[in-house]
Write a protein that binds this ligand. Sequence first.
Ligand code: HEM
Length: 210
Amino acid sequence: MAGLLSNLRNAVITGFVLAFVVYVLSAFLFHGTINLMSAPFWWYPVRWMHVLSGIVWIGLLYYFNLVQVPLMPKIPDDQKPAISKVIAPEALWWFRWGAMSTLFFGLWLAFLNDYLIAALTLGAAEGFSDASHTLIGIGMWLGIVMWFNVWFVIWPNQQRALNIENRFPDLTKDQRASHGRTAMLFSRTNTVLSLPMLLCMIGASHYGFG
Ligand code: HEM
């Protein structure tokens, strides 16, 4: 067991295998069969992949905002490269691909749920007849804006601020600081938006107004 857990790749594969076993067992137990052609077969794992990706993305967003950025000034200058050259570039890889995967599975989920257009038009396409479509639509647009910020503002600015993969070696210290500040402000914007976004995500099918 310790051998399995000390290898990250094997530990992650084990988690996926366990999830698959639970999924297949519960399908047989409660439905007696698995129908690959039915929407519900896909709906459940797509929702799972959506939330899993969302945890990776928003988990790292909160790590940046609650841990890394506030503690950076307390780290002595000669030790800062451990964060900026080693940890941050790796965290940013998971961060932006987590965002991409969340968006991909989120849109797929809305499609499987049969309300992609209704939600993206905030319910207007169906005359605002279903509050949950308006609610999930607001959440989806907040998520899409956040995804855009990650890929087209935070990532390009962080590449310049940290000179990731040595793509921008000629920038001055002031220019790097300015890119770092832009990335930080948009990352903070995403932290703000994440709260109403998550409320909409869970509110769509667990409407809590009694
Ligand atoms: C990026 C754009 C996003 C899109 C297009 C999207 C889309 C969706 C859709 C269509 C649903 C199904 C709602 C329902 O009818 O129950 C959903 C649920 C959910 N989403 Fe998102 N989402 C996005 C971002 C996020 C993010 C960043 C998170 C963060 C963790 C997240 C977490 C959740 C959760 C927890 C649920 C509820 C699952 C449940 O109630 O079973 N979503 N999302």
